[in-house]
Design a protein around this ligand. Structure first.
Ligand SMILES: Nc1c(NC[C@H](O)[C@H](O)[C@H](O)CO)[nH]c(=O)[nH]c1=O
Ligand SMILES: CC(=O)[C@@H](O)COP(=O)(O)O
Length: 171
């Protein structure tokens, strides 16, 4: 079913290409491969570089990103995977906790794009993962790149956390 189109922000520009870690669960391998292809193309188009690591399932993606973020090597992260409803309530756990985990990391200032599909069936996943279709992997990479750009721009303007805290202290 064709729905309304959504607006897509212009791709951010970088003086120095950001280094992005793509963390993917190949739980549904064909879907994951397409999500990764879309994310890689988006990062390349922005002049960035990437590495890819795999985790067993969507639930591991936030933990993996939390571990990798502590190394301080990456500017941003893209979480890619697919959760398809089964017979039990486990679907809700995997969807909600993976999303919540990524959101909590994001609120700590880690630049993350969430490309975990949460769908009713394989067909819904396929059109969303297809780089020539809805390209949700590319969209998640774009989200991470926008957050990296925001973070860099604010730092350049001296609006990093430390500066803000100092200013607040001035009353
Ligand atoms: N059912 C799906 C899972 N389940 C596995 C969990 O993500 C996790 O790996 C396990 O509970 C061990 O901690 N993962 C998906 O990515 N997609 C699913 O549909
Ligand atoms: C998303 C899931 O966790 C799902 O694949 C599990 O299936 P089920 O609820 O039938 O065990």
């Amino acid at each position: 079913m064709a729905g309304p189109t959504h607006h897509v922000l212009a791709r951010p520009e970088f003086d120095e290409g950001p280094k992005i870690l793509i963390v993917v669960s190949p739980y549904y391998k064909d879907i994951a491969d397409n999500l990764v292809a879309g994310a890689m193309a988006e990062i390349e188009a922005a002049g960035g570089s990437y590495e890819v690591i795999e985790m067993p399932g969507a639930l591991e993606l936030p933990s993996a990103i939390g571990i990798a973020a502590r190394m301080g090597e990456y500017d941003g992260f893209v979480a890619l995977g697919c959760v398809i409803r089964g017979e039990t309530t486990h679907y809700d756990t995997v969807c909600n906790d993976s999303s919540r985990g990524l959101t909590l990391l994001g609120l700590q200032g880690i630049c993350i794009g969430n490309g975990i599909l949460t769908v009713e069936n394989y067909e819904q996943a396929a059109v969303r993962a297809d780089p020539q279709g809805q390209n949700k992997g590319g969209g998640a990479a774009a989200a991470a790149l926008h957050l990296v750009a925001l973070s860099r721009n604010l730092k350049e303007q001296g609006k990093g956390l430390g500066f803000t805290a100092d200013r607040l202290g001035e009353g």
